[in-house]
Design a protein around this ligand. Sequence first.
Ligand code: 5GP
Ligand code: ZN
Length: 113
Amino acid sequence: MDCLFCKIIDREIPGDIVYEDDQVLAFNDINPQAPTHILIVPKQHIATLNDIKEDDLALVGRLQYTAAKLASKQGFAEDGYRVVMNCNEQGGQTVYHIHMHLMGGRRFTWPAG
Ligand code: 5GP
Ligand code: ZN
């Protein structure tokens, strides 16, 4: 499949991988927006949040759970951090394989731009 994140999952292109299990892969974002910026992706290809089925709910929960675990491992769980999922063009999605951005190590403002 012609999908950038599937290719990273399949090791067809390199990724700076920080966590892996049977369902999830996490790797550093190539263009970090924070001192730590990790992308957490399901190994199953799902294009957008709109394509999530009821059968996928545990998997989506696992993305969130992995974000919290990695935040703890990175040492900023208590200070705080931000997770973001962009959906479709107006949401700022550029790679059409769902991913959770985990960003930490700086203060974030709200509402976001
Ligand atoms: P989106 O805009 O779809 O929410 O997020 C896509 C993210 O993927 C962006 O933050 C972008 O920097 C990152 N990205 C794009 N190409 C690559 C790549 O080849 N490797 C890695 N590690 N990240 C990428
Ligand atoms: Zn994919």
